[in-house]
Design a protein. Sequence first.
Length: 236
Amino acid sequence: MEINNKLRLMVISTSTVYGSDFLAYIRDRIADFIQVKDVLFIPYARPSGVSYEDYTQRVADALSPLGIKVSGIHEFENPGKALIEASAILTGGGNTFLLLKTLQEQGLLSVLQARLGDGIPYVGTSAGSNITGLTIGTTNDMPIVLPIDFDALGLLPFNINPHYLDPDPQSTHKGETRETRINEFHFYNEQPVLGIREGSWLLVEEGEIQLKGNLQARLFQKGKAPIELSPGKIDF
């Protein structure tokens, strides 16, 4: 799959790292990336018990020190028009099944896909990153709702597994590891899966994918041993 050279994406594993406030570790890089002062926020993956309004306000509070104004897509009478007119788009984390189902039901998935294909800056964290891949089949979330299907935006030639965790040799937990779950996925599916560790992200610009941050990412391909990818350009 060839990367659209107009795409401008930040595909972030997590909004919060240990010892840091919400978006604090990444917000300067978000500002440098989007290069605009107005952002449309998609809160549809909202965490349980958090309203769209509260979730949007949390993002607004995090980005306000940088002079960035955040508006929630739910505030607009016509969400599709809001996507078309947005200067930059940010989609937050929560539950990926809920996010995808809501985008599908509102007829926004294809609109979002088209806008990103035209080069509007897009920032996704967690669930917002999951949907940039081929499908959401490697999300870590429980299927609390049922989307029409699992097809995502298909902007990248692989699936995303955010919050990727390595097995802990000291752990007494004997359940499946993240690697085991991805291998199970590959028993039935062909597409590669990129596990992105906390504090890392993908930067997609000019037809290239760059791994950013200080940690490696883990690439899983069906029938092959996993590969550790160092920060820098990723080739497929």
